[in-house]
Design a protein around this ligand. Structure first.
Ligand code: NAI
Length: 246
């Protein structure tokens, strides 16, 4: 389904990003696995892909730093020559109630989750405009749609990502580039591992499908949006949340 495609997934050494990288690779894409600190884990993902007959490259870059993103795209281009699919997955949380939230906590989340995606889209758009085609998929969150107490920074970034998705869908559509967002609900990963049993139970009680989502649930939605099957879909936010929000 994605044969001869080159995909770049940010924050792909673990969790949802790792699963997206593995899924896109299984469908035939060569995958650039971006990581910030977890070199070994990222190289393990690349090795796993290669063991299964795929092509992969692990590249270090802090996506919140413009010069790192420039280096990331340069390295990816040197090896693969083009980028057909960009998945902006890297994200962090620094939760706190508004009265306690520091400027650093606010900035850190905005810098990674929103500005990082902006930097990556800027470079990807330049290439995709030349290539006259491409797919950009931004991993937003249910929190960016319905809000969440203690996550003013995270919700602002994730809502911002949805706005940016729509703007770019309008800007790039005439060149065959689609830009969509996926908004996961409650997904079992390292990011949600630390939640208390009470919060977990509270979340599950709001999910009609009565289970937390898996990284694979998100990866399958991303794979669909990255494929030719989704060529007439742009500017949309696909909610993958077991019905938690409708
Ligand atoms: P995770 O914490 O397991 O993975 C996030 C990845 O991003 C990590 O590999 C981390 O190293 C990387 N990363 C963080 N800052 C980076 C930077 N500056 N440069 C490069 N890489 C960086 O989290 P998870 O759950 O896999 O989340 C993936 C995405 O899905 C995030 O954007 C998150 O906000 C979003 N999401 C997750 C949900 C969940 O329930 N787990 C729900 C809704 C959205």
């Amino acid at each position: 389904m994605l044969e001869n495609k080159i995909a770049l997934v940010t924050g792909a050494s673990r969790g949802i990003g790792r699963e997206i990288a593995l899924t896109l690779s299984r469908l035939g894409a060569a995958v650039i696995i971006n990581y910030n600190g977890a070199k070994e884990r990222a190289e393990e993902v690349a090795a796993l892909i290669e063991e299964n007959g795929g092509r992969a490259l692990a590249v270090q870059a802090n996506i919140a730093a413009a010069e790192d993103v420039e280096k990331l795209f340069k390295e990816a281009l040197t090896v693969f020559g083009r980028i057909d699919i960009l998945v902006n997955n890297a994200g962090i949380t620094r939760d706190n109630l508004i009265l306690k939230m520091s400027e650093e906590e606010f900035d850190a989340v905005l810098d990674t989750n929103l500005k990082g995606a902006f930097f990556c889209m800027k470079y990807a758009a330049k290439l995709m405009l030349k290539q006259k085609g491409g797919r950009i998929i931004n991993i937003s969150s249910i929190s960016g749609i319905v809000g969440n107490p203690g996550q003013a920074n995270y919700c602002a970034a994730k809502a911002g990502l949805i706005g940016m998705t729509k703007s770019l869908a309008r800007e790039l559509g005439s060149r065959g580039i689609t830009v969509n967002a996926v908004a996961p609900g409650f997904i079992e990963t390292d990011m949600t591992k630390g939640l208390s049993e009470q919060v977990r139970e509270g979340m599950l009680s709001q999910i009609p499908l009565k289970r937390a989502g898996s990284a694979e649930d998100i990866a399958q939605a991303v794979a669909f949006l990255a494929s030719d099957h989704a060529s007439y879909i742009t500017g949309q936010t696909l909610q993958v949340n077991g019905g938690m929000n409708m």
